[in-house]
Design a protein around this ligand. Structure first.
Ligand SMILES: [Zn+2]
Length: 638
């Protein structure tokens, strides 16, 4: 039977917690409205705007073979097994490898792939994928000491190499537990939330496709589905090893990241949920263990282990002034944050307008004090995910959206909420260029990535990390689909302040989630509404105070810029004629500081202005200018 990628795109239902939170947030804003609704709003002077051009979509991510060419021996070779006539593109694998900083190239040429030590077969192997001679080459490659990671191998001709007798497809396997304990690819799976993951809600009659394997003689079962069948197999053959996964990264990574999963999350927010990350961490451990003298691009700048990204949502008239207290505390703790501002210039059923003086002056003070500013829409509608896209020509003041009730609105569009809020923030705050967005109530329409990129944004933080099962930033696919990435990067919210019993009483739990992410090199995004600065600011200060020194504390815009440059970095490591020396060449599209590389072999000295860290295994690059090449010689300890 053929594997069919799960393509059900029906909307997922909200978790109860998500609804409870949304209600809590709504009550917060209605509470504000109740006080002022009867007052007559004074006519405010017109707001200043800056033009926001409507950009065209640039399809620069379409040709995987051209985009990811072979360039150095250490690269993992991705053998793309089905490029036509109905290709399943390698986007899910690209996400995983790029987020982990693993170098790779994509090829259709098996001979080219097998010249590299590590090979991934993607997305599947069936009876039509390989010829008999190619199957022989593959087996010989492993016997000689090659390493393969593959998913969904169905061809009987490959049974003995991959270590299975048979398999059974199903859409009714809901859980997976890792059972192998000593295999090196499990290195990063140490916590209970990583040892057992959910594949979908067992309240649903069907979820993603899985293939449960019956292991062959000698194969080791590293993970099992809830029906006992093998989900991940390891087979030693000669000097090499083969790993086989009975799931598709399309389903367990990309489907989770674009929130089209079958409610696989175990919580909505404020807990550690690495359900998609475990597959990235397995690939990372596979690469680090089997590559010879591996080199990896680290996820965090400056040799730090992780990053805490601080943010505040300003979605109430009295949430501006307390922002100054947060800003002061953050500065005193060598941190900074991003304020997501609701640019509410209309009165409606949810609240009166509040985007005027003196709130605008407070915003200017925040910005001048080193905080960064993002958009939190205009009317903060719970129905934002159902809004029409709009024309892209919405502008202030003719764009007149109104919230009508719980999740209904009139005159509102996705473009209007993004574009007009940016016009106003850029027009009212000196030096402001709004590139970060967070939706009200974290409601996300499918058109969000396109509308953001066409309005000049670069970053979004409108999902929760638990909901998308991901604690690494990632490129948001266009239309939240499976075909191509947009230019927008997503930074899902890890910790928020409203869930009962409130952030002030949850600091130890928050810290534990941050530490769990730090172990993986993942990041944690903290959202604290600035509606008061007594309890919440004290709680934030406590979190900052307890944070280990090797976790970076920064704002979302700064980290977003780093991540974007990192994601687009071109780099290669090649041997030189000098023994024990390699040269690292990097080229960045945009200027970036703090890029960090991790080396398996201890380093004695580096050139080119790079800093060698005390562990002799990490180097931090000097500032890289856009479109400049940099070459760094690395001399290993002999
Ligand atoms: Zn909000």
């Amino acid at each position: 039977m053929n594997y069919v990628p799960t393509e059900n795109r029906q909307g997922v239902t909200d978790s109860e917690l998500r609804q409870a939170l949304a209600v809590a947030l709504l009550v917060l804003s209605l509470g504000g409205a109740a006080v002022v609704w009867t007052l007559t709003s004074k006519a405010s002077p017109p707001l200043h705007t800056r033009d926001v051009p409507l950009l065209d979509i640039v399809h620069r991510h379409t040709e995987a073979l051209e985009q990811y060419p072979e360039s150095f021996p250490l690269q993992v070779a991705v053998f793309w097994t089905n490029p036509g006539p109905e290709p399943q593109n390698p986007l899910p694998l690209v996400h995983a490898l790029k987020e982990m900083g693993i170098p790779f190239f994509i090829t259709r040429d098996l001979g080219q792939a097998l010249r590299h030590r590590l090979v991934i077969l993607y997305p599947s192997v069936d009876a039509n994928t390989l010829t008999e001679p190619q199957a022989g080459e593959l087996t010989e490659f492993v016997q000689r000491g090659g390493f393969i990671f593959a998913q969904n191998v169905f061809w009987g001709g490959m049974e003995s190499l991959f270590g299975f007798r048979s398999f059974a497809p199903s859409r009714k396997r809901y859980h997976l537990a890792f059972s192998g304990t000593t295999d090196p690819i499990m290195k990063y799976l140490n916590r209970p939330e990583e040892r057992e993951v959910s594949l979908g809600s067992d309240h649903l009659p069907e979820i993603i496709w899985s293939n449960g394997y019956v292991p062959g003689p000698g194969a080791e079962v590293l993970a099992r589905f809830d029906d006992g069948s093998a989900a991940l197999l390891m087979n030693s053959v000669g000097k090499g090893r083969v790993y086989l996964l009975g799931l598709s990264l399309l389903d367990v990574v990309l489907r989770s990241q674009n929130n089209r999963d079958y409610e696989a999350q175990r919580h909505y927010v404020n807990t550690f949920e690495p359900g998609a990350d475990v597959w990235l961490l397995i690939l990372r451990a596979w690469y680090e263990n089997y590559a010879r003298d591996y080199v990896r691009l680290a996820t965090v700048p400056g040799g730090q282990r992780s990053a805490l990204l601080l943010s505040h949502d300003v979605d109430w008239e009295n949430s501006f002034a307390p922002g100054l207290d947060f800003s002061r505390i953050e500065k005193a703790n060598h941190a900074s944050s991003t304020f997501f501002i609701q640019t509410k210039y209309v009165d409606d059923a949810n609240s009166k307008a509040f985007f005027f003086e003196p709130n605008l002056d407070t915003l200017r003070l925040l910005k001048a004090g080193g905080s960064t500013v993002g958009s939190h829409s205009i009317i903060h509608s719970r129905g934002f995910n159902k809004f029409q896209l709009g024309t892209g020509h919405e502008g202030y003041p003719s764009y007149q959206p109104r919230g009508l009730g719980f999740d209904t609105a009139s005159g509102a569009t996705v473009f209007g909420e993004l574009r007009v809020s940016k016009q106003l923030l850029d027009g009212e705050i000196p030096g402001q260029n709004t590139i970060f967005f967070r939706a009200g109530h974290l409601r996300v329409p499918d058109s969000l990535p396109e509308a953001l990129e066409r309005s000049g944004y670069q970053f979004d933080s409108s999902f929760t990390a638990d909901d998308v099962l991901s604690n690494f930033p990632y490129a948001l696919p266009r239309a939240l689909g499976f075909e191509e990435d947009s230019d927008i990067y997503e930074f899902p919210v890890t910790i928020e302040d409203e869930e009962s019993p409130g952030f002030a009483k949850r600091v130890p739990q928050a810290l534990e989630v941050v530490l769990a992410n730090a172990e993986n090199g993942a990041v944690s995004v903290v959202l604290v509404h600035s509606n008061e600065s007594t309890l919440k600011a004290a709680a934030e200060q406590e979190l900052l105070r307890q944070l280990p020194a090797d976790i970076l504390k920064t704002d979302m815009v700064s980290f977003g810029r780093f991540w974007r440059a990192r994601d687009r970095l071109q780099w290669r490591v090649t041997p030189t004629s000098v023994p024990d020396q390699v040269v690292l060449q990097v080229k960045s599209d945009e200027s970036v500081t703090g890029l960090t590389f991790e080396f398996q072999r201890p380093i004695a000295t580096v050139t080119g202005g790079a800093a060698l860290l005390p562990d002799h295994r990490h180097i931090v690059l000097p500032e890289l200018m856009s479109d400049h090449d940099m070459s760094i010689r690395i001399n290993y300890v002999q």
